[in-house]
Design a protein around this ligand. Structure first.
Ligand SMILES: C[S@@+](CC[C@H](N)C(=O)[O-])C[C@H]1O[C@@H](n2cnc3c(N)ncnc32)[C@H](O)[C@@H]1O
Length: 271
């Protein structure tokens, strides 16, 4: 069992290093998420592991603990409507404005969001728009392990069916020994990089479009305020921000306004 002092200390560690808020009495969650690491690193119990982390810094163990505690749930074309807005409203509008379009998938998990965006770009290009501009997509995440999956772009039979139509499955994947690999046409627009959203991200440059979906729900109000400020600073004038279906910016940031389209709503950086 994890006693309340260990639990409090572990909660503080997670919140300080990556903004994640565990909440009260979630000892069970901590035990179940860390159980595999106990065997791997030879600890008898979760308190043993926590005491070892306290006594001597071990960057590999620290990274693995953080990886184990993050929720990586994702799917292809999650919520559908953001990708409709992207295809029918944003790509045509942004292509008229600039020489290229830069997209950031912040908290990209295993890459489905970034690759879904890239598939939409392929379909937009095929529709012969008046002006095609190059689109680059940066996926960032805190978790090294999940980024490795994103970079490989190989998905098993279960994850390939979550959110993908049969037509897109047939068109955008090739079968490899251990699953289904995203084809180079889709992969070449995407790049993946480690980034902790509680750190500075000025080095990333500016984006026309940011997807930060189902990430901020795990953060405290104060961390949400800081992340919204940071994202706003990384956006080009008139840039757009997608949040998850249950997330809002209003209580934490005044930098954005809601724009309604026939496909749904999106946030735009105020001028
Ligand atoms: C639930 S997934 C959402 C994935 C995708 N955006 C979607 O909506 O399907 C949340 C992701 O945020 C990442 N994450 C959590 N805290 C983070 C932090 N402080 N910095 C960067 N990424 C973080 C997790 O590793 C996880 O992959």
């Amino acid at each position: 069992m994890i006693d309340s002092r260990d639990y409090e200390e572990f909660s503080r560690f997670l919140s300080d290093c990556c903004g994640l808020v565990l909440g009260d009495s979630r000892q069970y969650l901590v035990s179940s998420r860390l159980s595999r690491l106990l065997d791997e690193f030879g600890f008898q119990s979760v308190p043993d592991l926590l005491h070892a982390m306290r006594k001597a810094p071990n960057p590999r163990l620290r990274t693995r603990v953080i990886d184990a505690m993050t929720t990586n749930e994702t799917s292809w074309f999650r919520d559908a409507f953001p990708f409709e807005i992207l295809r029918h409203v944003l790509l045509p509008e942004l292509a008229k404005k600039g020489a290229s379009i830069k997209v950031w998938s912040a908290g990209c998990s295993s890459g489905q969001e970034a690759y879904s965006i890239s598939m939409v770009v392929s379909e937009w290009e095929e529709s012969r728009p008046a002006r095609v501009v190059p689109v680059s997509i940066l996926g960032t995440d805190l978790s090294e392990g999940i980024l490795e999956e994103a970079r490989r772009g190989v998905y098993d039979g279960l994850s390939i069916v979550r959110g993908l139509s049969e037509a897109r499955r047939a068109r955008y994947f090739e079968t490899v020994a251990d699953g289904h690999r995203v084809i180079p046409e889709v992969q070449r627009r995407c790049r993946f990089q480690k980034l902790n959203l509680v750190d500075s991200y000025t080095a990333l440059g500016k984006f026309d479009l940011v997807f930060c979906r189902n990430v901020l729900i795990y953060f405290s109000a104060e961390t949400k305020r800081q992340v919204f400020d940071g994202i706003a600073r990384q956006m080009n004038p008139g840039g757009y921000l997608f949040l998850g279906a249950s997330e809002t910016a209003g209580p934490y940031s005044k930098a954005f306004e809601t724009v309604r389209t026939e496909y749904g709503s999106i946030l735009r950086l105020k001028s």
